[in-house]
Design a binder for this molecule. Sequence first.
Ligand SMILES: N[C@@H](CCC(=O)N[C@@H](CS)C(=O)NCC(=O)O)C(=O)O
Length: 306
Amino acid sequence: MSAFILHHYWPSPFAHKVRIALNMIGAPWTSVEIPRVPPKPLLMPMTAGYRRTPVMQVGADIHCDTQNIARALGEAGYEDRLFPDSSRGQVMALSNWIDQALVELAIRTVITTAIGTAPPEFIKDRGDLYFGPNWNEAKLKADLPAVILQLSAQLDHAEAALSGKTFLMGDAPSWADVGLAFLAWLLRGRWDGGAALLARHPSIERVEATLASNASDHDPTITAEDALAIARKAAPASPTGIHHPASELTVGQKVVIRHKTQSSDPDITGKLRYIDLTRVSIDHESVEIGSVAVHLPVAGYSITAD
Ligand SMILES: N[C@@H](CCC(=O)N[C@@H](CS)C(=O)NCC(=O)O)C(=O)O
């Protein structure tokens, strides 16, 4: 069984981002399927409150958020394949732009057009997660034409960024191209206007076609109970310490980590284990698994003393 255990469900776009990346870099991975909406009783004991998908487990180290998962894969020996020619800074900047500008608009489009067909509790869960406390279905629908205009403008920038190149960084694919590939997969698969919009962006379609194939190949699936047992038997292997010049926090201090945007995400709490410029880690204990280390990116989250 591979070291990388991906907790995910197949329709999850952000999980698909990691599946495409694992395939692109040739890293074997093991699949654990989790529920699409809470409760997630066999996942949450491991994540200190983080509820989103995907989560990547390596023994008793639990990596949350795809931004941090990319870093974990880089540290596991895949840096050059994710960030060719030492391009990590550029690639992460591009990838964050793809997630925050393009994927956000794509999710808005997909959820808005799913109103009336997807189960109401799913729409409610995702609305509260993505659109803040005051969203409503009528406003989402009224905003849709303007959202699609924004989306096509941002897609045009991405298409232009690929002009004369095979991939965003040149000849080799990177984590940023993975961002475009999962975005295209989401638009094509979940919105009936997606294929027509993508057809106007042939370079993005080419990146999608190159990277998205075989993204489901993985080592045999294990159960969530097996994954919990693996965490229970292991000890966190990640470092400890304060490596952020501006942080006044201390190792062992209780901290709360919150999504920076307004959302229904629960707080993530634990004892600070490690922080540097881009990653924060906490120690977390639960009766089900004992001690694990939970890792998140710094960008996009507020980290404060509890
Ligand atoms: N910034 C996060 C976003 C993850 C995210 O929003 N994932 C969606 C699924 S694609 C999610 O968590 N939906 C709610 C859920 O699975 O409970 C990341 O990069 O991992």
